[in-house]
Write a new protein. Structure first.
Length: 315
């Protein structure tokens, strides 16, 4: 992901990439060299180069500590998901962001992908989602290998479903209660999980996530049920809006010049740079990031407790 963001940022005339830090020296060196930057080992070495902002694209478990250190050093921060791998750490990051006056943007790239923008646009134009049905799957959890280790990911929900949990909150309404059941099928982590999400306004959503589904498309799908109407998206590039009068509309296939645009990374990175330059607030906020962690925390409490509904803490 670090490489992917660097590819996007290198296209932005407003950005100069000054350093790349990685604990693996060869990775820091080859990546820094590719972007005319200085290889570093630590955030402290990176900070000595006096950047305005950092991208945190480490394995999940390290996000919280490194984001806190970056904020303490006065840097704007873009953090890949998840915000943290425990609720306590998410609270610490949220509190520090609010005190810091620095920009913090969470890497929910799907909010910038054309299919999800279409759904959100239709909702803004008057479609009311009363309930929803969503899925997000991985073909496997082997690349990179740490994806199967809950000590590093926080658990499968923190890694993959976190995107869809954010989208349900964004499209249907803030998630207030969660119930979850799951099992370990192919990996040493719950890799099959089904969630019931209750959103604000008494709107239920069902979400299924699986870590071993093959890479058959669609790997993600959202169905929003309205008043005798259906909004549906598949992956990040196609969607349609069916109504009682027109139940079989053609799919809209959204064309993009490349994968990083189709998956929302180009617009999310542009928005972060806009925010760093003080041109607009970050579009995905620390509150959005915290809400996703609070929902996942409630989901794991429910899962461990046999599927009881759990309230999602608001702070
Ligand atoms: N938004 C998305 O669509 C999306 C997609 C994939 C991954 N991600 C997120 O991006 C992050 C990185 O995932 P990835 O697939 O690029 O992983 P990766 O393993 O390919 O890359 C992580 C890099 O961090 C380095 N690293 C590990 N520990 C370190 C430390 N303590 N200090 C410095 N460097 C360290 C590793 O050497 C490696 O180069 C994860 O948090 C993941 O959840 C987001």
């Amino acid at each position: 992901m670090g490489r992917r963001h660097l590819d996007v940022l290198a296209r932005d005339q407003r950005v100069r990439i000054v350093g790349v830090a990685d604990t693996v020296e060869a990775t820091a060196q080859s990546t820094a060299q590719a972007f005319g930057a200085r290889p570093c080992r630590t955030l402290s070495e990176l900070a000595d180069l006096k950047p305005d902002a950092v991208y945190v694209t480490l394995p999940n478990r390290y996000h919280g500590a490194v984001v806190l250190e970056a904020l303490d050093r006065g840097l704007h921060v873009f953090s890949e998901k998840p915000m943290a791998t425990t609720l306590e750490e998410a609270r610490r990051v949220a509190a520090r962001v609010r005190l810091s006056g620095r920009v913090y943007q969470m890497g929910f790239n799907r909010r910038f992908a054309p299919a999800y923008r279409f759904l959100r646009g239709e909702i803004a134009a008057g479609f009311i989602p009363y309930s929803a049905h969503a899925k997000i799957t991985d073909g496997d959890m082997l690349t990179p290998s740490w994806y199967i280790d809950p000590a590093l990911t926080g658990g499968f929900l923190y890694d993959c479903a976190v995107h869809m949990i954010d989208l349900v909150g964004w499209l249907v309404g803030p998630i207030r209660q969660v119930a979850a059941r799951g099992r370990r099928s192919c990996y040493p982590d719950e890799d099959d999980i089904v969630l019931m999400l209750w959103c604000e306004g008494d709107r239920p959503a069902a979400l299924t996530t699986c870590g071993h589904a093959s890479w058959a498309k669609p790997t993600e799908r959202v169905e929003l049920f309205g008043d005798h109407a259906l909004l549906v998206s598949e992956d990040m590039d196609r969607a349609r809006h069916a109504t009682r009068e027109a139940p079989e509309p053609a799919w809209r296939q959204f064309a993009s010049p490349d994968d990083v645009t189709a998956q929302g990374y180009v617009d999310e990175d542009r928005a972060f740079i806009d925010a760093c330059l003080g041109e607009a607030p970050p579009p995905v906020t620390v509150d959005d990031a915290f809400a996703s962690i609070a929902a996942i925390d409630a989901a794991y409490i429910s899962l461990r407790g046999g599927g009881r509904p759990e309230s999602v803490l608001q702070e």
